[in-house]
Design a protein around this ligand. Structure first.
Ligand code: FES
Length: 96
């Protein structure tokens, strides 16, 4: 199980893993805003403060937006694209 900690809201929850957007849709206390949900807008950008090894690597569309458009480093991910699995802590800080 993954312990997901949302820095902005102070909320944390145990999560079996999968798509972060599904977790957030099921529980609004996560506090990550979404708009396009297709790696086009950057509304959902989060900094992974802890737990990067739990996350699947970003695909080309995500990298094009985070690195190419926003100039983000590798710790910034799109909440709408992020998938995670394993056991540990995943601490996310919303950038918007
Ligand atoms: S909601 Fe638009 S990039 Fe994630």
């Amino acid at each position: 199980m993954i312990r997901v900690e949302f820095v902005r809201t102070g909320y944390s929850v145990s999560w079996a893993g999968g798509r972060l957007v599904d977790l957030c849709d099921d529980d609004v206390r996560a506090g990550i805003p979404f708009a396009c949900r297709h790696a086009n807008c950057g509304t959902c950008r989060v900094e992974v403060e802890v737990g990067a090894p739990l996350c699947e690597p970003p695909d080309d569309d995500e990298l094009q937006l985070t690195e190419g458009v926003f100039g983000d480093g590798p710790t910034v991910r799109l909440g709408c694209q992020l998938r995670a699995s394993g056991d540990g802590v995943l601490r996310l800080r919303v950038l918007l």
